[in-house]
Design a protein around this ligand. Structure first.
Ligand code: CFN
Length: 536
């Protein structure tokens, strides 16, 4: 079915008001036009959206992966429990260090706390956490009721910090703020930047110092990426925030360059570090063989050292020699197949290249909570301080004035580099998709069903809530948030892992049992004896 036909059918099914709204969130790629798509707006009540909340974006996504902090959720137990260990942001303890990733800390607010206030309970929870775990720092994340009853978590944090002598950071990330988890990313970014980054000047030793921003070590991705970067000769100052520690993040300002993997969740920090400390940022993609190699070449070009460039080529050759043969075998099996990719933010974009390397074309893609710049590119980003998500939030004050905006490399070299590599630049998903393919923002369950029935993709890179309904319709679906407990999928070894898993998923004999056997053949053998009453 042609894209337009299928979309007309979807839109026709809606009441007119809903149709008018959803129409703005859907486009068919046409490279002859400059296309716009509505995004980062409120989901229609009643539509089954895949989105999460502000708390999920702040605690679950950005703050939670810091390994040596105790992350206390101030709220009812469910908010904490259902976010416990589900994202698979892995972490390894440093020598003599601490790692609390496997714990789940909450104040477990009860009805009486909602009525009489939960501040005392929170203060007590912090005391207990310090006594039992001696963490290097503590985070407090507010859930919806905390904002509604007005507990002053900032004051409690301040008092606890004085009492215990460790940083205690309060995040006002009540779930209802903004329209999705995206607001939580921004809130988390602001505080990490304001309270942690730049607070440790103990020198990081290394010639080429980089930060990995927007990499959360899901399924071990960061370990594979760092393995390769270390092999080339880079010093990773910190990852933000996968497998990171408080002190590593505190030294982030010392890096020469920030690599931005997930643009959506951490672009604010990338911008703020550039403005405040003068280290530029570069958009990278560690997913897929070609993207990984291109990224390595871009980083080497930024530093401009001949030896580094030679070493980069050496590592690429070494890593890809056998891998390309392996990928070719997967491609042989998958060539001509189609995919739908619908993930929260950048993954719906990042994985398209890897799928292409397997011979699979992405025919429909979209984000749960991406902003327009994630689709259309960076030139539409407004000043960071004007972001609608953070209207009520204390904003970091960094000005783009002469004194503070002190780039570490000469302006003319920077301008020359910008022409060759994506420094401070982000192309957006529309540009990378083929004409005639479809982009759908904030896809819902009804549209998912329609896509499957009309387009019958071989692979659906899905979200948390839709994975099994897709699979029940007979289409292989991989949950792209947790990788279905597999991974790593980033870097070179990750590409092979992903391809192997996808091929196994598409070709598993289980699909032949999708139709109940009694619908195609009799399951009872034998005859009904004469005189015996038929009961069914
Ligand atoms: S790891 Fe990232 S890559 S951080 Fe973000 S936008 Fe989520 S948790 Mo789920 S998988 Fe997803 Fe992205 Fe960035 Fe993950 S596509 S929805 S908030 N995301």
């Amino acid at each position: 079915m042609k894209s337009q036909e299928f979309l007309d059918k979807v839109l026709e099914s809606y009441p007119s008001k809903v149709m008018k709204n959803r129409k703005k969130h859907i486009i068919i790629k046409d490279s002859n036009e400059k296309q716009e798509i509505a995004a980062n707006t409120r989901a229609i009540p009643g539509i089954i959206t895949n989105r999460g909340c502000c708390y999920a974006g702040c605690k679950g996504v950005v703050v939670g992966p810091i390994i040596d902090m105790v992350h206390i959720v101030h709220g009812p137990v469910g908010c904490s429990y259902y976010a416990w260990n589900t994202r698979r942001n892995k972490g390894k303890i440093r020598e003599g260090g601490k790692n609390f990733l496997e714990y789940c800390f909450t104040t477990d607010m009860q009805e009486s706390d909602i009525v009489f206030g939960g501040e005392k309970k929170l203060a007590k929870a912090i005391d207990e956490a310090v006594e039992l775990f001696k963490p290097n720092a503590i985070s407090i994340s507010a859930t919806c009721p905390v904002g509604l009853i007005g507990d002053d978590i900032n004051q409690i944090a301040k008092q606890a910090q004085q009492k215990h002598g460790i940083p205690v950071l309060a995040f006002n990330c009540e779930g209802y703020k903004g329209v999705s988890q995206s607001a939580g990313h921004h809130i988390a970014n602001n505080k990490l930047m304001k309270d942690i980054v730049g607070t440790n000047d103990e020198e990081v030793i290394g010639k080429y110092k980089i930060n990995l921003l927007g990499e959360y070590n899901i399924g071990g991705d960061e370990w594979e990426i760092s393995r390769i970067l270390n092999k080339v000769g880079y010093k990773v100052v910190t990852t933000m925030t996968g497998n990171s520690t408080y002190e590593e993040i505190a030294r982030a300002h010392q890096a020469d360059l920030n690599l931005v993997q997930c643009h959506r969740s951490i672009n604010y920090i990338a911008e703020m570090i550039e403005i405040k400390y003068g280290a530029p940022w570069m958009k990278v993609n560690f997913i897929g063989v070609e993207s990984m190699s291109t990224t390595l070449r871009h980083i080497a070009k930024y530093f401009g050292d001949e030896d580094l460039m030679a070493k980069t080529e050496e590592v690429i050759a070494e890593e890809t020699e056998e891998l390309l043969q392996e990928m070719a075998t997967y491609k042989e099996k998958c060539e001509g197949k189609t995919a739908v990719l619908f993930v929260g933010g950048s993954r719906a974009h990042h994985y398209q290249g890897l799928l292409k390397e397997m011979g699979i074309e992405t025919i429909v893609a979209g984000y749960e909570f991406g902003h327009r710049d994630d689709y259309e590119g960076r030139d539409i980003i407004p000043d960071i301080k004007l972001d609608a998500d953070t209207r009520n939030i204390e904003e970091i004050t960094v000005e783009k004035d002469e004194q503070k905006y002190n780039l570490r490399i000469p302006e003319d070299r920077l301008e020359a580099l910008k022409k060759e590599i994506p420094l401070g630049d982000y192309a957006g998903m529309i540009k990378d998709m083929e004409d005639g393919t479809v982009l759908i923002d904030d896809l819902n369950h009804f549209e998912t069903e329609m896509i499957i029935k009309a387009l019958k993709p071989a692979f659906f890179g899905s979200g948390v809530k839709d994975k099994y309904m897709i699979q029940k319709m007979g289409v292989y679906s991989k949950q792209m948030h947790s990788y279905d407990y597999s991974g790593p999928y980033a870097g070179y070894r990750g590409a092979a892992n992903f391809a192997r898993d996808v091929v196994a998923g598409i070709f598993t004999p289980a699909w032949q049992y999708m139709k109940a056997p009694w619908k195609t053949q009799p399951i009872l053998n034998g005859k009904v004896e004469e005189g015996v009453e038929k009961v069914c």
